[in-house]
Design a protein around this ligand. Structure first.
Ligand code: NAG
Ligand code: NAG
Ligand code: NAG
Ligand code: NAG
Length: 438
């Protein structure tokens, strides 16, 4: 009797479980899509996305930070919400903070503005956010997550972001970044995301969380054309005791005009102190290279470009500039030698053609859009200490070099899929169809 009652109870639980879980999965999106606007109103280009947050929902604009570990939002006097919560000190979220301080049952962390390198102390917080699902062709229904975790920034922390932007969207390899939180809220979303930054301030780029396809007009599925290379973790971050949340890849050599550039290979790998290697950044506007690497690339580039191209007085932060009249333009941008980053093997080649390698610094001047870490005095522009010829990271690939390239970060498989320039596939990152189909 007792046994059959137990069986009945078990099957009742099983039915309940099945009905709850199917209900759950039917509301599950396979992917999310966020629009990204290129904003040039501050001294460097920033890529701004938006979410809806709070109750009632309000639009919140955030600067995209590929390397950020914690999302943060200004929680000043304009923050009004009936669903705002403070997770207590013994919560799992609080234990994920490396520098925890707890007082009066408030858990605090250090939100950072990675554009200005300003840090502050702010409450660990949770609130509702609402984001757009997608089938990879168009945006679909809005889906809500009741407990999105973030840190509270402040009015001063927002300084240096474009007007109206009140925080940063962290995409780094931490447990609290956007890709990790979305993967934990939605069982159907893997820990995978893709960014596609537009070069235009009027056509929106996109960030996808979850599974492909990634369709760009006219009907090109970019997910089908990716080359993969391993993502490398740097075990040493800049804050004491913390790992790095940044994305590194293994550049083995650099080729210009098909020829290998002679480099100090020690600089290309990450050492025990966390120095060296190649990372990808959306807060550095241009690729920054350790000074010996920059000089070798510059020499090979000028040599391959050939005579008859007039060098002109450089326009900072660049130190290699030419007369625009001497450069011919093609579909791939200025017609200059392609710079190839050769990754783990000869098949994994990240090709940087003119549209990504050159910057029109003035009407009559076009510059190699790479920055010499040794020469540049402008810390905010290059993202590290003034005048240091030995930057922490030897090559930081900046956002100008990422534009119109789709990059897929697969955190589960620890690999990067990259498309190379979409211009060669006759589309751009500004070509996702943001007209909703619902
Ligand atoms: C740093 O860059 C900003 C923006 O380009 C510029 O206004 C400023 O003068 C630069 N500072 C130095 C010391 O070069
Ligand atoms: C950094 O924050 C301080 C206040 O904490 C502020 O005075 C300063 O202007 C900020 N710097 C930048 C570059 O925003
Ligand atoms: C290569 O770089 C490493 C790391 O900065 C340095 O210790 C070494 O002296 C360099 N080698 C040469 C030949 O310059
Ligand atoms: C964009 O998507 C909408 C909704 O599906 C569709 O009506 C429209 O034709 C699409 N635009 C283009 C240019 O294909």
């Amino acid at each position: 009797m007792a046994a059959s009652f137990g069986w009945l109870f078990l099957s009742f639980l099983l039915c309940l479980f099945i009905s709850v879980s199917t209900q759950h999965t039917s509301a599950q999106p396979n992917a999310l899509v966020f629009p990204v606007t290129k904003d040039v109103s501050t001294s460097i280009a920033q890529y701004v996305t938006q979410i809806k947050q709070r109750t009632p929902l309000v639009l919140v604009k955030l600067t995209v930070d590929l390397s950020g570990s914690w999302p943060w939002v200004d929680c000043g006097k304009n923050y009004v919400s009936s669903t705002y919560k403070l997770p207590p000190c013994d919560s799992p979220q609080c234990s994920l903070l490396y520098t925890i301080s707890c007082g009066g049952d408030r858990c605090s962390g250090n939100p950072e503005n990675t554009i200005t390198s300003n840090k502050t102390v702010g409450d660990l917080s949770q609130d509702v956010i609402s984001v757009q699902s997608t089938n990879g062709f168009n945006p679909g229904k809005m889906v809500a997550t009741p407990k999105f975790t973030f840190l509270c920034g402040s009015k001063t922390l927002v300084e240096g972001l474009p007007r109206g932007v009140t925080g940063m969207a962290a995409l780094g390899r931490s447990d609290m970044s956007f890709p990790s939180q979305f993967a934990s809220f939605f069982i159907s979303i893997p820990r995978k995301f893709a960014i596609c930054l537009s070069s235009s301030t009027s056509a929106k780029g996109a960030i996808f969380f979850g599974s492909s396809p990634y369709h760009f007009l006219p009907n090109i599925d970019v997910s089908k054309t990716l080359t993969y290379t391993p993502l490398i973790a740097n075990p040493v971050g800049t804050a004491p005791g913390e790992p790095s949340f940044e994305y590194f890849i293994g550049v083995n050599s650099i080729r210009i005009g098909g020829k290998s550039v002679h480099l100090n290979r020690t600089l290309l790998s990450i050492n025990k102190q966390g120095f060296g290697g190649t990372k990808i950044s959306t807060v550095n506007p241009y690729t920054v290279m350790e000074t010996s690497i920059y000089k070798a690339v510059r020499k090979a580039f000028i040599h391959t470009l050939g005579r008859g191209i007039q060098k002109v007085t450089p326009i900072p932060p660049f130190s290699t500039c030419f007369a625009s009249k001497d450069i011919v333009f093609s579909r791939m941008g200025p017609n200059v030698p392609t710079i190839e980053l050769v990754l783990q093997n000869e098949k994994e080649v990240w090709s940087i053609a003119g549209a990504n390698s050159m910057v029109q610094a003035r009407n009559d001047v076009i510059c190699l859009g790479f920055v010499d870490a040794g020469l540049n005095p402008n810390a905010s522009l290059v993202g590290f200490v003034t005048g240091s010829s030995h930057p922490r990271t030897s090559i930081t690939i900046g956002s100008h070099q990422l534009e119109n390239n789709l990059l897929q970060f697969d955190l589960t498989m620890s690999r990067l899929g990259f498309s190379n320039s979409l211009l060669s596939k006759r589309t751009t990152c500004g070509n996702f169809n943001f007209t909703s189909n619902v």
